[in-house]
Design a protein around this ligand. Structure first.
Ligand SMILES: [Cu+2]
Length: 274
């Protein structure tokens, strides 16, 4: 009798253990099904894609850098900071509290995006994002705004100076040669500012720039600014006696224009990717 009771008791214990195990397994499976998800933000061409990511508390957000620059994902409120994510690398974090977390890239503060952790106010953030996307004029204040603006002047003045002199020779017009002189003078005056803004940008961007491309770009740009001064002195010798510049001068300025085109392509490569 006692043996039978003992046998019954151990059987019940076994059944209870099995039931508890089954229930907890079920709970675990359920948790897995609706549990933490991983969301991926691709960093490409100086943008976070998706710019506004919706997640649940406890979800994992992963940033994959598919750009040619190193970037960071840095929360505006300081709740996370990836540090530099090099091209081809990724970084992830778990988001906990509900709400909207804005984040940006430290080397490129214009790169902004947000994570909406459910419970956060999605609609107001959406209208704010739409506002941010519309082209509102802001006076330039950072080197990454100054440099591309100044580049336009350098890039226009030098080829136009060359073109004016070529047309002046073809049409035998002194006024076109005068234009060629003045355009070159303006290029010489504005280009040091373009170069300075470029160096300033490089200084603020830190190690995030592709080292090979930026090295060529920075020294070619600086050399071009110096070459323009030499060209101006050469051009002055023709201008002071109202003469048309000779073929040697035109050949050198043409090569300089080609170097400027190459310089622009390097800049575009860094700004927009290949
Ligand atoms: Cu960046």
């Amino acid at each position: 009798m006692r043996r039978l009771l003992a046998k019954n008791a151990s059987l019940s214990l076994l059944l209870i253990t099995a039931a508890v195990a089954a229930v907890s397994l079920g709970v675990m499976a359920q948790e897995n099904a609706s549990g933490p998800a991983t969301h991926t933000v691709i960093i490409k061409q100086m943008r976070f894609q998706t710019a506004q990511l919706s997640v649940k508390p406890g979800d994992i957000v992963e940033w994959k850098n598919e750009d040619i620059f190193a970037h960071t994902a840095t929360a505006d409120n300081g709740s996370f900071d990836s540090g530099l994510i090099n091209p081809g690398q990724s970084w992830k974090t778990v988001v906990k509290d509900a709400g909207t977390i804005g984040y940006h890239c430290r080397p490129h503060p214009n790169m902004t995006a947000s994570i909406v952790v459910s419970g956060g106010d999605v609609s107001s953030k959406q209208s704010k994002d739409q506002q941010a996307d519309s082209p509102v004029f802001e006076f330039p204040s950072s080197p990454q705004q100054f440099h591309p603006i100044l580049v336009n002047f350098t890039a226009a003045l030098l080829p136009l100076s060359f073109l004016s002199d070529v047309l002046g020779r073809m049409l035998r017009r002194q006024s076109l040669h005068n234009a060629g002189w003045w355009l070159l003078l303006y290029a010489v005056l504005i280009t040091p500012l373009t170069v300075a803004a470029g160096w300033w940008w490089k200084h603020t961007a830190g190690p995030g720039l592709p080292s090979h491309v930026i090295t060529v770009h920075q020294w070619l740009g600086t050399s071009l600014a110096i070459a323009f001064v030499v060209l101006l002195l050469w051009r002055w010798r023709f201008h002071k006696r109202d003469a048309a510049p000779d073929v040697a001068y035109l050949t050198v300025i043409f090569v300089t224009v080609l170097a400027l085109v190459y310089q622009g392509s390097l800049g575009g490569m860094m700004a927009f990717g290949k």
